[in-house]
Ligand binder design. Sequence first.
Ligand SMILES: [Fe+2]
Length: 309
Amino acid sequence: MRPEVPNKKRRTMTFTVEPMHPPYAARITGIDLRQPISASQLVELKAVLAKHVVCAIGQDEPPTNEQHIAFSGLLGPLERGKSPKIAGTAERVPHPEIIDQSNMDEAGEIYDDQDRRLAYKRANRLWHTDMSFYDIRATYSALAGHIVPPSGADTEFTDMRAVWDALPASRKAGLEDLVVEHSYWHSRVLGGGPEPNAEERATRPPAHHKLVHMHAPSGRKALYLASHACGIVGWDKSKATALIEELMAFATQPQFIYAHKWRRGDVLIWDNLATMHRATPFDDRTFKRDMRRTTCRERAIAQGGSSIA
Ligand SMILES: [Fe+2]
């Protein structure tokens, strides 16, 4: 059942916060990410993100790539990918900090039916948290809406702190001792993508993370799971799969879900350490959808030492 929290706007010193799915997810007005944000706005924004973990900031026009990078770089060290992501493809957006989440090729046209990138991106329709397949996890993602299709394509979230809180004590027992294996390729194939070749697979080996962790900004425990989760250290495959599937189903019940309906110019920021999310379907054979994402990591990584997701 959805928590009974008043859906009231409130003013901070520098902007307005309107809860969208109390007690998490909020729309912020009074900040324009096409302009430099002040130190006090940044402090307040981080405080709002700590509580709400999903925040939408609307602009009349989306920020330029440069403005997007400048803003999101204030939230933490940015992922800088090396290209190309998929063998034989080129990049539409030339900035290494920006991950192209569109259905468009380098010429700005909708992908061919046979384009491998289409299949991989449809894997984003599985519940996940960004980059859990890396040792150094993602913190904030900032996704900007440049072209929004006329229907569908909501981005859905679940608050993994609320999920942990809602688990019965009997089910929580022992979970804090578990370590989960996450693999990029697991979710890509699960989502209907082709088997990666050996060269692609080698670019992203699996990573291990605790199933339950402390979300430091809010001081609340959270489950850390994703469709990238493919095993539990020390457990046999079938037992691990059963527990992962059980917890994923629990975490994605309707009462936990906020569905973001995009407006062109929105920048949606979420905390990957406290949420899962998924893309939802739209007619990606007819309509363009141009979404661009930056992602912060828990700490800076060596240039060229990673690949993009
Ligand atoms: Fe994602």
